[in-house]
Design a protein around this ligand. Structure first.
Ligand code: ZN
Length: 474
């Protein structure tokens, strides 16, 4: 657990490891549904060894009001958290858009040092944990020095993400990103993109380096690979990137913006989802981020693959991406998960609410994702917990023997939960409450959020404030 990685935060007190724990919950969401009086045991390995029904708490048990499995945050670019608040003005362009935002983001990131990235990542991971996410799936593309030359250690920035995870205790699935070109026409990377760039050979070395950095973390840490997008990766190299870790999570941005769809259509003769499904073996290993620009047939075809649609409702709202067709996708049995992407705001309950409200506004309807026997909050929560685990490559997502102890305990004293239980408690959290309902969080048994705060909250926050105060507005 202790980190030999450089950086200030790695020198701060190490996050406690998982310890043998007996938890007793007044109410818990199990694979079979809601249960009252549940004892859960897990060991130092962070794996659940037993779940049983008991009307009262065993002696020595830690008691909680409402125990839930905790989802992975399946999509994050940690450094973008430090831009929050800097991108809400009109620029010189007649129309502010995703693309003008992206130019600002490219200018902003050019000043970031490895120390900055580690401090920002630790703060982001802390906020994720305090919001209820046990895992950070980091879509990590800021690899090189300003100007594009690699650091002496090719995996320097990957190590900083891992060092942050050592500090926060979050479960990490690290996805080094493969970024080759500035567009579908294979134009060279622009000035703001050169810190991301690799050819396939150096990318293979980078994945090896990133995987080595995980040796400093507990066993639940995972490596994956992430071809950035159809814009940034050549068709012939997508398969090569995917084959670098054939059994690991494979994530890619897909069909986020209209201009992106048009560019892919012009150069590859098909819209992004159509092209991908016709040219790659898309299966449960894949997680396609955004999918806010899909036609009806693409929505149904993608749902049938078993891949995860990685939705980022707050960021997609912030960037004006469009609305994912959740009604049709879930109706077809599609798998979804939630990510915080730009990290402009990290809130699990708000992501769920934003996703549901986007469907209501489009369809002028209510409770659109609820089923006959499960409420909206229940359907959404179970979907994103299970989809998040799949996308993170993590044996998690249900409270069951053999699974990682990735748990949330909600605050039974919250006014929002008064008179609520079962599905209505989840609905109250998603639609009336916020992160303050999250009282405790365990990541693979590591009890890192207690009484609503991360155990290293102050040190991580002070380091973030120092960092962000020094950074220039782009
Ligand atoms: Zn993204």
């Amino acid at each position: 657990m202790s980190s030999a990685i450089s950086g200030d935060l790695a020198k701060s007190p190490a996050t406690p490891a998982a310890v043998a724990t007996v938890l007793w919950a007044k109410q818990a969401l199990l694979p079979s549904g809601w249960a009252t009086g549940v004892t859960v045991n897990f060991g130092y390995d962070g794996v659940v060894s037993g779940v049983k029904s008991e009307t009262s708490a065993p002696v020595g048990a830690l008691q909680v009001a409402l125990l839930l499995p905790s989802p992975a945050n399946l999509h994050s670019h940690a450094f973008q958290r430090a831009m929050a608040g800097l991108s809400e003005r009109r620029g010189p362009d007649p129309r502010d858009s995703f693309w003008t935002w992206r130019q600002l983001m490219f200018r902003f990131l050019d000043q970031l040092t490895p120390d900055d990235v580690e401090a920002i990542a630790a703060f982001v991971q802390m906020e994720m944990l305090e919001a209820g996410y046990a895992t950070n799936v980091e879509f990590h593309y800021l690899h090189h020095q300003p100007g594009g030359a690699p650091y002496a250690n090719l995996g320097e920035m990957s190590e900083r993400i891992a060092a942050a995870a050592a500090t926060t205790g979050i479960g990490l699935t690290l996805l080094p990103v493969f970024y080759q070109y500035g567009g579908c026409d294979k134009r060279a990377l622009g000035a703001g993109q050169v810190r991301f760039g690799n050819d396939i050979s150096r990318f293979a070395d980078l994945v090896d380096a990133a995987e080595r950095s995980l040796a400093y973390l507990p066993d639940d840490a995972r490596i994956g690979v992430a071809p950035h997008s159809l814009r940034a990766v050549a068709a012939e190299d997508l398969a090569r990137a995917a084959s670098l870790r054939p059994d690991a999570p494979l994530h890619m941005h897909l069909a986020e913006q209209v201009a992106e769809v048009e560019e892919v259509l012009a150069h590859r003769g098909a819209r992004p989802v159509d092209w991908l499904l016709g040219n790659a073996e898309v299966d449960r290993r894949w997680c396609l981020i955004h999918c806010t620009q899909m036609l009806e047939n693409e929505t149904l075809s993608l749902a049938a693959t078993g891949a995860v649609a990685g939705l980022c409702p707050i960021t997609e709202s912030s960037l004006g991406d469009g609305i994912f067709d959740g009604v049709r996708y879930l109706g077809a049995g599609g798998i979804i998960g939630i990510g915080s992407d730009s990290n402009i705001r990290i809130s699990l309950s708000e992501e769920l609410r934003t996703l549901e409200y986007s469907q209501r506004l489009r369809d002028r309807s209510r409770a659109v994702l609820a089923t006959a026997d499960k409420s909206t909050g229940r359907v959404l929560f179970e979907a994103v917990v299970q989809g998040g685990a799949q996308a993170a490559g993590r044996p998690s997502g249900v409270i069951a023997t053999g699974q990682l102890a990735d748990f949330i305990a909600l605050d039974g004293n919250s006014v929002h939960l008064a008179g609520r239980s079962g599905d209505t408690a989840l609905d109250a959290w998603a639609f009336a409450g916020d992160d303050r309902l999250v009282r405790d969080v365990w990541s693979a048994g590591r009890h890192v959020v207690r009484e609503g705060r991360h155990i290293a909250h102050d040190a991580i926050t002070e380091n973030y404030i120092r960092t962000v105060s020094r950074l220039r507005d782009a």
